[in-house]
Design a protein around this ligand. Structure first.
Ligand code: SF4
Length: 179
């Protein structure tokens, strides 16, 4: 199996990942004052997800997508976090948990909604049991749609956030060649 994985990785050219410049510009206007720098810690809260978004989120940390090479890492504590990343519908019983996680984070902080459920409730939109996504509880800075969004899409969205926060802006780092 490992031979197959290594063959697959080595056959892929080292492509550069670059965030969409239009998204970066719009984020820069939105979060320009935040200036968190280029190394961001993420606190993830699942607020009523089916777990598929979590699987894709975990995949961003594997050796193919390697989120940490962009200065992004997950932290278990909101007190150490720059980004509150929300998945799931934001069920009404998760409202307080989300508010508490956000309140525990040092300022400035950003909120990212990942997956259609977190964007607007997704397939559960209109249900009286939900707040209608993360935006129904907190102001959201970045939405990454998809059901679930692919790891590539999540990485590119977060990369746009890193680019928007970086001062001065610079081209995205090339992907590291697998050894
Ligand atoms: S967006 Fe889709 S994959 Fe993600 S939690 Fe909702 S239903 Fe599940």
């Amino acid at each position: 199996m490992w031979k197959t994985v290594a063959k697959h990785l080595l056959s892929r050219a080292a492509e550069a990942r670059t965030a969409d410049p239009a998204v970066v510009q719009s984020l820069r206007e939105k979060v320009g004052a935040s200036k968190l720098g280029r190394s961001l810690a993420i606190r993830h809260v699942s607020a009523g997800s089916c777990n598929a978004c979590e699987l894709e989120l975990r995949a961003t940390q594997n050796l193919v997508h390697d989120l940490t090479q962009y200065g992004l890492s997950f932290t278990p504590s909101p007190r150490h976090a720059d980004i509150l990343l929300v998945t799931g519908v934001s069920g009404k019983n998760m409202r307080e948990a989300l508010l508490q996680a956000r309140a525990a984070m040092p300022e400035p902080a950003l909120v990212v909604a990942v997956g259609d459920c977190a964007v607007d409730g997704g397939v559960f939109k209109g249900s009286p049991a939900i707040c209608g996504g993360a935006g129904g509880v907190l102001p959201v800075d970045l939405m990454i749609a998809g059901c679930p969004p692919s790891p590539e899409r999540i990485v590119l969205g977060l990369l746009a956030l890193v680019e928007a926060n970086g001062a001065p802006a610079r081209a995205a780092m090339p992907r590291r060649e697998p050894r």
